[in-house]
Design a protein around this ligand. Structure first.
Ligand SMILES: Cc1ncc(COP(=O)(O)O)c(C=O)c1O
Length: 415
């Protein structure tokens, strides 16, 4: 990799930037530090998953096949069918489902597989909303492609608008990452969004990587999935969906997810794993099979996140208005200056959050659409979050008040 690419990777990595921002700043207020910066659920996966790993202990002596086990593929297909109301014929479990060691890794591999710049008729643009999950941009750069950032702020409902993509980008698009529920914004795509993106992908022959790893964490109705739009068209061409047990089952350490969709692209990702990826170990596949087959623990998880959002509304609602996202477990708060607020929260309340600008890139006019925000991951027990959210309100309340007062003064000055 050349030096430019190495440097642009450093630009995209939000946690490297956060460590730098808080270097030398002591966590204050006499509080135990709490990390709400990382989307890592702090709950235990259900006991039956751990038992399934123990029961499959003989399989640690075997190399796992990249395609996983039939039992896993059948369970993943059955879950997709239940969750998204799919007809049996849409997905051939053997050719169209692939277990992966975490969706982050698979989201990285899909760029290596899709970007074909340098080949005859090759395409190298990798589209994504702005702000975005950092792996998308890092993968695009490593694959030799070029990330292209589409507005995904309040003006587009916090998701990239398929009708506003410049023609030149569409011509050169190899891949688009679409995330719903969106990290960091918490927006949820509707069926029409997926229909329109699918139509674009097919007419311009690029791949959609639909990152739906927060699909099971939502406030009201279960978010519609990209596969539901694919079913209407009768095929999964140009579409891959990514699902994970990290959020659904609070098992980020298991490194277990799957990719489903267009068989040509599933085969290409499998080939990359064969050479330089990590196939999911057989005991982990056994536990994953059990987890995808169970809904009870997921409902408990979802209820816990809703209890946390109730607390967020109680403490932060008086400052920001309703803060509950449609999906996912992040608060996305407009604080005016995300870096300043993140520093203040660490210095005064020992709470670490992520400045939203670290998940965004400046647009053509130099404006980073995440810069005014902080992202707060509500990944602890509600009882612990209650006090933390109260402390956050204590720090953010005066910041927001001062901002409003400054706004009023500026408006009065213009009159
Ligand atoms: C939007 C998004 N996609 C993918 C991932 C990766 O999840 P995992 O690799 O644990 O499946 C994350 C993790 O935080 C995420 O926020």
């Amino acid at each position: 990799m050349n030096q430019d690419r190495v440097e642009s990777l450093a630009q995209f990595h939000p946690f490297t930037r956060l460590n730098k921002l808080l270097e030398g700043v002591l966590p204050g207020g006499g509080n135990t530090p709490l990390l709400l910066s990382l989307g890592e659920p702090q709950f235990q996966p259900p006991a039956f998953a751990i038992e399934a790993i123990a029961n499959a202990k003989d399989a640690w002596s075997k190399y796992p096949p990249t395609a996983g086990t039939e039992a896993f593929r059948v369970a993943a297909k059955a879950w997709l069918g239940r969750r998204y109301h799919l007809e049996d014929k849409l997905i051939d479990a053997d050719r169209m489902i692939l277990p992966v060691s975490g969706t982050r890794e698979a989201l990285f591999h899909v760029a290596l597989s899709a970007v074909s710049r340098g080949l005859p008729n090759g395409k190298g643009r990798v589209l994504m909303g702005n702000p975005f999950y950092h792996t998308y941009a890092g993968a695009a750069v490593v694959a030799g492609g070029e990330p292209a950032f589409l507005p995904a702020g309040p003006e587009t409902g916090f998701l990239p608008d398929p009708d506003a993509v410049p023609a030149e980008l569409l011509r050169e698009a190899a891949l688009v990452y679409l995330c719903s529920p969106a990290n960091p914004q918490g927006a949820v795509a509707d069926r029409e969004f997926w229909r329109r993106w699918l139509a674009l992908a097919r007419s311009h022959d690029f791949v959609i990587a639909a990152d739906e790893c927060y699909a099971e964490i939502y406030s009201d109705a279960a978010p519609v999935g990209a596969l539901e739009a694919a079913q209407e068209s009768g095929s999964c061409d140009n579409l891959l969906v990514f699902h994970s047990l990290s959020k659904r089952s609070s098992a980020p350490g298991m490194r277990s997810g799957f990719v489903a969709g267009d068989a040509r692209h599933v085969a290409r990702i499998a080939q990359l794993i064969n050479y330089g990826g990590v196939a999911v170990p057989l005991p982990v596949l056994a536990a994953s099979t059990a987890l995808w087959s169970d809904e009870a623990h997921v409902a408990v998880n979802r209820a816990r996140y809703q209890a946390s959002f109730d607390l967020a509304d109680k403490h932060l609602g008086p400052i920001f208005g309703a803060v509950r996202p449609a999906g996912g477990f992040f608060l996305w708060l407009d604080v005016g200056d995300g870096e300043a607020a993140a520093s203040a929260l660490w210095r005064e309340a020992a709470i670490k959050v992520l400045p939203g600008g670290y998940m965004g890139r400046p647009d053509a006019s130099g404006n980073n659409p995440g810069a005014a925000f902080i992202r707060v991951a509500l990944v602890y027990e509600p009882a612990l979050l209650d006090g933390a959210l109260a402390r956050m309100a204590g720090v953010l309340g005066p910041i927001i008040q001062a901002r409003r007062a400054a706004g009023r003064t500026a408006a009065a000055g213009r009159r």
